[in-house]
Design a protein around this ligand. Structure first.
Ligand code: ARG
Length: 282
């Protein structure tokens, strides 16, 4: 009887310990929790140069350089994890990581899931095609095989153009390529999509400006790219932010403080030049 009691007590204590130390999978990602753990965990998807890419088996890039400054400011180590892009927001929400840093476009939909920092740079959608392709405009994508990175703004733009959307009254709004025979294929990152341009498995890849330009620069003349311009002449316009769990205010304040400083010192632009050159040299 006494033995059983001690066993139950021991089990209870172990359970409590797990709950406290975060072994249950949920970590304390508040500023205090990060300081206690001694590390800042950042999730990214490293197929998106110059913002994040693998160099010498390490994830580097603009977002990582920014997060290094944030870790320094907090006084902890930085731990970067390379995961699927479409899982990053969920991981931030559930506390697996403190910061999502992946050239993430700030959108109203995403704001329902996470909190965003101030914007540290802007981007536009670009279309990458083979150098000898006849595709010269967004409208030319009608009937074509288009590749995008899963869960990105490019994915949403092309998928909506193919399937159409639903307006506030529940009415179907025809998409630009609806019924044209155009298809969308999703990939883990834009580089993997671009590989499929070579053997004509895809006709075009849609992704953000700098990643598109670097794909072209590193293609030995195989590809070219141009800006996505809608038929009415309008352009896409996106702003990148880092994201944290909803209500993680103190961490967000540190992030914004560091970002404001980096922006004021022109460091973000320097990081962009540095890592664009580094990935091209690779
Ligand atoms: N800016 C785009 C978005 O937020 C694409 C980001 C992709 N980032 C990455 N690291 N793969 O949807």
């Amino acid at each position: 009887m006494k033995k059983t009691f001690s066993l139950i007590l021991a089990l209870l204590m172990v359970t409590a310990l797990f709950a406290f130390t975060g072994c249950s999978g949920k970590n304390d990602q508040t500023l205090d929790g990060i300081k206690k753990a001694g590390k800042l965990v950042v999730y990214t998807e490293a197929g998106f140069a110059p913002f994040e890419f693998i160099s010498n088996n390490k994830v580097v890039g603009v977002d990582i350089a920014i997060c290094e400054e944030i870790a320094k400011e907090i006084g902890v180590e930085l731990e970067v994890k390379d995961v699927a892009f479409n899982t990053i927001l969920g991981a931030i929400e559930s506390g697996k990581a403190a910061i999502g840093a992946a050239g993430i476009t700030i959108t109203d939909e995403r704001k329902e899931q996470v909190d965003f920092s101030i914007s540290y740079t802007t981007s536009k959608q670009y279309i990458v095609v083979k150098a000898d392709s006849a595709i010269a405009s967004y409208a030319d994508l009608a009937g074509k095989k288009i590749g995008v990175q899963l869960g990105t703004s490019s994915d949403f733009i092309i998928t909506d153009a193919i399937n159409g959307t639903t307006d506030d009254d529940g009415n179907h709004v025809k998409g630009d390529f609806e019924g044209s025979g155009a298809t969308v294929s999703t990939y883990a990152n834009p580089n993997l999509a671009a590989v499929n341009l070579k053997d004509n498995k895809l006709d075009a890849v849609v992704t953000d400006k700098l990643p598109a330009e670097l794909i072209v620069q590193n293609s030995d003349g195989a590809y070219k790219c141009f800006e996505l311009v809608y038929p009415d002449g309008s352009l896409t316009d996106e702003s990148y932010g880092l994201c944290v769990a909803k209500g993680n205010k103190e961490l967000l304040e540190v992030i914004n403080k560091v970002l404001n400083k980096l922006i004021a010192e022109g460091k973000i632009d320097q990081f962009i030049v540095k890592y664009s050159t580094e990935v091209t040299a690779d």
